[in-house]
Design a binder for this molecule. Structure first.
Ligand SMILES: [Zn+2]
Length: 81
């Protein structure tokens, strides 16, 4: 989906997270604190640190995927159309 394309464009410069590496990182686009969590499909996605409570997996409805509210992602989407 579009979200994924945007995510790759903006976050593609991150080094691939090591398994069990849940250390907070910083979004290189907007500077917000994020954490990478694996989805049930095994893909890592950036999650807002404020929605993260120590879980080892991404839970929709619990965690907020950072690409859904990264201000830079929104700008990027507007520009691209
Ligand atoms: Zn961001």
């Amino acid at each position: 989906m579009n979200n994924e394309t945007t995510y790759k464009s903006i976050f593609g410069t991150f080094t691939r997270p090591v398994e069990n590496d849940n250390k907070p990182k910083t979004c290189k686009a907007c500077g917000k604190a994020i954490v990478f969590l694996p989805t049930s499909k095994g893909k890592y996605i950036p999650v807002n640190l404020e929605s993260y409570g120590g879980e080892s997996e991404f839970y929709p409805g619990v965690h907020v995927a950072h690409f859904s509210d990264c201000p830079q992602a929104k700008e990027f989407r507007k520009v691209k159309k």
